[in-house]
Design a protein around this ligand. Structure first.
Ligand code: HEC
Length: 714
């Protein structure tokens, strides 16, 4: 495999990883109606009040000043880039900004909340929750935050280290702060936006890769007092609820409960006021291979990879639908869910739609959980189809990598990851930022047992090459692409598909201007005709953007806002073609309007000067092998190897001074505040010396060009 393959493998390896509905009309096929309830519909007076805009999280705006005829003059209204940065590491915002009464509210890395004048971009206040830098080590995909909830006088943010905080909307001062984690020393993290659900606010968490037990928790909106908790998988017992008693029947009695089981609900939730239901998307299993969560046999393992409808009053399940029973492929069902009322075989049906990682687009009746449709929206090889009688995927031979390595589509990045999709009631289409990547999966037995605070997936996955075939069968090669896909949920097939974007794209916004907006990682904001898919504008911003654009109207003028910056999973490796290789990467909020100005591009990307290689380190085979093994186990997932461009410091260009400080940094956590926690719980000074020796030796070899490209990925 070439360096480029490793690079791509590394990047996609781990998953490319408010919500009150005012009334039924917000999920109707007509543009959302204005609110009558205490919690407004998200788009009142051109505002954007809820994470997914409407109660059904459709991310469809009725604003139409910017439309197919006027979009030509879209330009910059203002830019804001004064983000809180720790150390020298620039990270990626992933939030959807909210706009209320002329103020834009959004989060950046480290869960910092920003409030700006939505006309000028002037900063009104910022709130830094000072999150614990050590938590960065147990994040799947860096310190990111997908946004806020807003109600009455309060703005709500959840932090990487597990707190849910209500802030005063005017001043940014803390009103209440509550701990959402059951244990402080667990390895959970939070990256998602909290959701309002009646008189509670609900938040989940992440950490399945680290080996944790997932749960979502509801708190009183006014006081922050605990109201209920829904565990997504069983634990050592006793069972907390009847839902856990049911789930336990789908797990082996021999399950090592202290390994967590996974099932973290780290992103999508959507609330329906009419039925007081909060729908929660549940994540993958931990470890990944289902047969390693038991003794060789695969069980269904509820509620992994499921959509669960919870009573927002009690936290008890009304129904569940498991997209991937016995998940072994990191097929989370945490992806964006949309509520809509659509005509289905002559009948109006209230549905919930999701395009989870496993590659099937699901339409469920949201009153009962009945499966209405499950069609592949990207190439899928692990299952031939979903049986409409049982609702279960029918696995192919290709799905089983217990004995041999397999090339499987989709890979762990999924057919669709967290960047949200959008449903336009005008076109009846769902616009999905898809990923068409396959991965070679194998089990990982590196001799290291379960290690709290480290990756415990027990599987290895390397992104497939376009020419790869499944070594165990003759499956055709699968392309490496991504698209904006316009999916017809009723017909169960695509209407149009954008030209391929090899690097992937960000979240989507659709509007009544017959437009679809979405960024691509080569540094463009792309604008399509919602009906036909014609690419109308390609606005060069020069920055990678994963976050979805949003829109608002003020004083009769419509704006489009987009948070940009290469971060999250994309921080690990900047792929060829990425905007982060052409321009310096930093966090930016870009706001556009008709007749706006030119978009300022960041300064050109500067390669760092080469530092001398530290001398005097051991060179014996045994030490070098130990160093490489430990590096691969604990470090490569952030720092990469061999000058692969990344958002993390390149240790293959470490200065002799940094090498001197290696133990201070790597064992004692000297840079913990900036997201580089110490590893003294897992590593010894013997290990760190071996890693320094290995890195120095490998640098010499790279310099001499002696060693061909590394044949092994990780
Ligand atoms: C979760 C991601 C992550 C992991 C895993 C990680 N690091 Fe880091 N590391 C960072 C970040 C972020 C920084 C930069 C902090 C800053 O901006 O000052 C850093 C900085 C460093 C530095 C200082 C580099 C310099 O030039 O300033 C060294 C040395 C280092 N890490 C070594 C390691 C080693 C060795 C391992 C494995 C045991 C490791 N790191 C694992 C995120 C990580």
């Amino acid at each position: 495999m070439t360096v480029r393959d490793i690079l791509i493998a590394c990047c996609v390896l781990f998953a490319l990883s408010g919500c009150s509905e005012s009334d039924d009309a917000t999920t109707d096929s007509a543009p959302p109606a204005k609110s009558v309830a205490t919690t407004p519909s998200g788009d009142e007076h051109g505002e954007w009040l809820l994470h997914g805009l409407s109660g059904g999280e459709q991310r469809f705006s009725p604003l139409d000043q910017i439309n197919v005829s006027t979009v030509d003059t879209l330009g910059l209204a203002f830019e804001y880039s004064d983000f809180v940065v720790r150390g020298s590491t620039r990270r990626g915002p992933e939030a959807t900004p909210l706009m209320d009464d002329g103020v834009l509210y959004f989060t950046g890395p480290w869960d910092v909340v920003y409030a700006l004048d939505a006309r000028s971009g002037r900063e009104l206040w910022l709130y830094d929750p000072e999150v614990d830098g050590a938590r960065a080590r147990v994040t799947c995909c860096d310190v990111v935050n997908r946004g806020l909830a807003l109600q009455g006088n309060a703005v709500f943010v959840a932090t990487t280290d597990g707190f849910l905080i209500a802030l005063d909307k005017q001043s940014g001062e803390v009103v209440w702060k509550t701990d959402t984690f059951i244990e402080r020393d667990s390895h959970h993290t939070i990256t998602g936006a909290p959701r309002l659900a009646g008189d509670v606010i609900v938040i989940g968490n992440g950490g399945a890769e680290m080996g944790v037990r997932g749960y979502v928790t509801a708190f009183d909106i006014e006081t922050g007092a605990f109201r209920w908790r829904f565990f997504t998988v069983p634990g050592p017992g006793p069972d907390e609820t009847v839902d856990i008693t049911l789930a336990r029947t789908t797990w082996s009695e021999q399950t090592p409960w202290d390994h967590g089981g996974g099932g973290t609900a780290w992103d999508s939730m959507v609330y329906e006021e009419a039925t007081d239901t909060i729908y929660v998307g549940v994540g993958n299993g931990s470890p990944w291979p289902g047969w390693k969560r038991s003794e060789g046999k695969v069980y269904d393992n509820l509620y992994l990879s499921s959509i669960v409808a919870l009573d927002a009053e009690t936290g008890l399940a009304k129904w569940h639908y498991q997209t991937t029973p016995g998940d072994s492929w990191d097929y989370t069902a945490t992806q964006h869910m949309i509520l809509a009322d659509i005509d289905w075989e002559g009948k109006r049906r209230k549905v919930i739609m999701q395009a989870p990682k496993n590659g099937f687009f699901y339409v469920l009746d949201r009153e009962t959980g009945e499966l209405l449709s499950a069609e592949p929206f990207v190439p899928v090889s692990w299952a031939s189809h979903v049986d409409m009688e049982t609702g279960r995927p029918v696995l192919t031979e290709n799905a089983d990598y217990s004995q041999v390595e397999r090339l499987i589509a989709p890979g762990p990045g999924g057919g669709h990851n967290w960047p949200p999709m959008s449903f336009s009631p005008l076109t009846g289409l769902v616009y999905i930022p898809t990923l068409e990547f396959s991965s070679r999966y194998s089990t990982l037995d590196d001799g290291e047992g379960y290690q709290p605070g480290s990756r415990n997936t027990k599987a290895r996955s390397v992104i497939g090459n376009p020419k790869d075939t499944d070594p165990a069968s003759e499956l055709p090669p699968i392309t490496r692409n991504s698209h904006v896909l316009a999916w017809d949920p009723v017909a169960g097939k695509p209407r149009w598909k954008s030209d391929a974007q090899p690097l992937g794209g960000g979240g989507i916004l659709s509007t009544a201007g017959n437009l679809v907006f979405g960024a691509s990682l080569d540094g463009n904001l792309n604008i399509f005709n919602a009906e036909t898919g014609a690419l109308l504008r390609e606005i060069k911003i020069g920055t990678v953007a994963y976050a979805p654009p949003m829109t608002y109207e003020l004083d009769g003028e419509q704006y489009i806002a987009l948070l940009a910056g290469a971060g999250g999973v994309g921080m690990r490796a900047h792929l060829p073609g990425s905007a982060a290789l052409a321009y310096e990467n930093y966090e930016r909020l870009l706001v556009f309007k008709l007749g706006g100005g030119d978009i300022p591009l960041p300064p050109a990307y500067q390669k760092l000067e080469e530092n001398p290689i530290p001398a005097g380190l051991p060179t014996d085979e045994e030490t070098l092998a130990l160093g490489e093994r430990k590096y691969d186990r604990y470090c490569v997932r952030c720092h990469q190897k061999r000058n692969i461009p990344s958002g993390y410091p390149n240790l293959w260009n470490m200065s002799p001074d940094t090498d001197e400080l290696f133990d201070e940094i790597v064992l004692n956590g000297a840079f913990e505040y900036a997201g580089m926690a110490g590893f003294s719980d897992l590593l010894t000074p013997e290990d760190t010396l071996a890693m320094r020796a290995y890195i120095a030796q490998d640098r010499r070899q790279v310099q001499e060009g002696a060693k061909a490209e590394d044949p092994e990925a990780h």
